[in-house]
Design a protein around this ligand. Sequence first.
Ligand SMILES: *[C@@H]1O[C@H](CO)[C@@H](O)[C@H](O)[C@H]1NC(C)=O
Ligand SMILES: *[C@@H]1O[C@H](CO)[C@@H](O)[C@H](O)[C@H]1NC(C)=O
Ligand SMILES: *[C@@H]1O[C@H](CO)[C@@H](O)[C@H](O)[C@H]1NC(C)=O
Ligand SMILES: *[C@@H]1O[C@H](CO)[C@@H](O)[C@H](O)[C@H]1NC(C)=O
Ligand SMILES: *[C@@H]1O[C@H](CO)[C@@H](O)[C@H](O)[C@H]1NC(C)=O
Ligand SMILES: *[C@@H]1O[C@H](CO)[C@@H](O)[C@H](O)[C@H]1NC(C)=O
Ligand SMILES: *[C@@H]1O[C@H](CO)[C@@H](O)[C@H](O)[C@H]1NC(C)=O
Ligand SMILES: *[C@@H]1O[C@H](CO)[C@@H](O)[C@H](O)[C@H]1NC(C)=O
Ligand SMILES: *[C@@H]1O[C@H](CO)[C@@H](O)[C@H](O)[C@H]1NC(C)=O
Ligand SMILES: *[C@@H]1O[C@H](CO)[C@@H](O)[C@H](O)[C@H]1NC(C)=O
Ligand SMILES: *[C@@H]1O[C@H](CO)[C@@H](O)[C@H](O)[C@H]1NC(C)=O
Length: 399
Amino acid sequence: MFDTLGLICIIWWCMMLFQALHADIQCMGSEAQESPITNVNMNWRKMELSWESSKNFSNYKCTIVDVTDVESEGNSPLCSFPVELYMPRHKGVFFIIEVANTNISKDCRFIPGGMNRSAIENFSCVIYNVSLMNCTWQAGRDAPGDTQYFLYWQNSRDDDETECELYVKDENGRNMGCKFKNVSIVTEKSYFLVNGSSKVSRIQFYDEYIQLYKIEILTPPSKVTANCTKDPAGCIITWQPPFTSHVENKNCFQYEVSIQNKDKPTEGKKDTPVTVNNNTYEFQNYNEKKEYILKIRARGKNCLVNSSWGEWSEPIEFGQGKDYFIFATLFLIALGTISVTLLPYCLFKRYCSFKSLFSPIPQPRDKFNASNDEDTQTEYVHQPKKSCTEEITMVEEMT
Ligand SMILES: *[C@@H]1O[C@H](CO)[C@@H](O)[C@H](O)[C@H]1NC(C)=O
Ligand SMILES: *[C@@H]1O[C@H](CO)[C@@H](O)[C@H](O)[C@H]1NC(C)=O
Ligand SMILES: *[C@@H]1O[C@H](CO)[C@@H](O)[C@H](O)[C@H]1NC(C)=O
Ligand SMILES: *[C@@H]1O[C@H](CO)[C@@H](O)[C@H](O)[C@H]1NC(C)=O
Ligand SMILES: *[C@@H]1O[C@H](CO)[C@@H](O)[C@H](O)[C@H]1NC(C)=O
Ligand SMILES: *[C@@H]1O[C@H](CO)[C@@H](O)[C@H](O)[C@H]1NC(C)=O
Ligand SMILES: *[C@@H]1O[C@H](CO)[C@@H](O)[C@H](O)[C@H]1NC(C)=O
Ligand SMILES: *[C@@H]1O[C@H](CO)[C@@H](O)[C@H](O)[C@H]1NC(C)=O
Ligand SMILES: *[C@@H]1O[C@H](CO)[C@@H](O)[C@H](O)[C@H]1NC(C)=O
Ligand SMILES: *[C@@H]1O[C@H](CO)[C@@H](O)[C@H](O)[C@H]1NC(C)=O
Ligand SMILES: *[C@@H]1O[C@H](CO)[C@@H](O)[C@H](O)[C@H]1NC(C)=O
């Protein structure tokens, strides 16, 4: 009676699993006779393995092969695995139920349903700009052409599973990625599942647990300033830690300070960046005649922060670059002088008629030139005298 009921139950469960869950738990008893353990089921969210038993046993032991062992409480046909196992199941899961002090056991296997190689590949996510997240994937290589994929995720155990709100599609309208807004980085692992549907065949799902802080690209440090003094020559460089949604402790970060000499970009490569552990850096090789380009980036140190370098801050320039400044000033003065002298000439050339250019000018020009020569001559003569008298007066004044 119990056995036939059990058999019916198994058949019913198998049908249920195939039709509704698209996944299957297949079990085999250890002994020749019918196993008292039937109706094995797994609640993945609670990580609870449950079954029915035709006999009352005092204790059970459950094992997820290669992962962990747990024992049931009392004689209840239920094992609760730690939820922190964070075990993706798209590759299948193998577990064993044993009755303590007997030879009775049951080997069960969770086999994800669907066509082989129809599941997505190369799933990856990245968090940037504090709370934005991109996830991408590629269609399974044997997935039928009409396959559509769907992403579901659960930020933490207490959150509900939600579907992606903004899919990134390929040219055929197939979902190939997802954009998330307002993601908060939790200490727990987040669960991602991508399943699919097709009219041709069942599509395998893919799932993964991700610790979100590990996929964060840190924003650049903010408020970067350089405060330089001539004497003693040096600069105090200060900044603020990058913005994050989850780190309060300033000591969680390490910084790389890059100072390049702007005038010699090729030699600048020798200026190896320095790594510092707090928010200030004293730049001692400062030469106020030079100009420098400063940028800083951050990474995690010990805390729950990605230990890869984040984004560089916007480069800022400091130092007066005096040589360059004088050169530029002289160049500008020269340019100004040239344009001031050329401007009237250009205007003159443009607006004067040919008549006025040719007829009246020859005579005045000669006079002008002559007087000009006289002037310069006289000046030339006068000048030494002038300077002499000046020198003399200066000496007189001084004595
Ligand atoms: C198992 O024990 C419960 C009480 O703990 C009892 O009600 C039930 O009839 C027993 N079942 C079998 C199959 O012995
Ligand atoms: C387990 O099976 C072996 C033979 O395979 C037998 O010798 C042994 O007594 C059994 N143990 C129990 C507790 O039934
Ligand atoms: C899928 O692949 C597994 C091994 O990776 C193989 O055992 C199984 O038979 C394959 N299933 C189908 C339907 O081809
Ligand atoms: C996944 O990435 C690997 C390595 O980049 C590549 O060889 C493979 O073809 C990718 N898978 C798909 C389905 O494109
Ligand atoms: C980062 O996000 C903020 C709004 O949250 C936006 O104003 C800013 O432009 C974004 N920065 C980048 C580099 O995307
Ligand atoms: C995220 O996706 C958007 C749009 O697809 C893209 O512009 C941006 O560069 C991506 N960010 C990262 C860090 O991959
Ligand atoms: C972002 O999420 C936080 C909680 O996670 C919520 O308090 C806030 O209102 C959200 N902001 C937006 C713009 O959705
Ligand atoms: C994909 O998974 C979600 C959540 O587990 C489920 O609600 C949905 O029905 C599944 N879709 C397909 C096509 O299997
Ligand atoms: C840090 O984030 C980058 C980008 O997502 C990732 O490639 C890298 O593996 C992460 N590093 C660690 C140590 O988690
Ligand atoms: C720069 O540093 C000097 C002393 O080192 C300080 O007096 C001055 O206030 C600082 N200026 C700024 C803008 O921080
Ligand atoms: C920064 O760290 C150095 C040693 O690593 C220490 O001498 C200095 O006082 C620290 N500065 C601040 C502002 O904490």
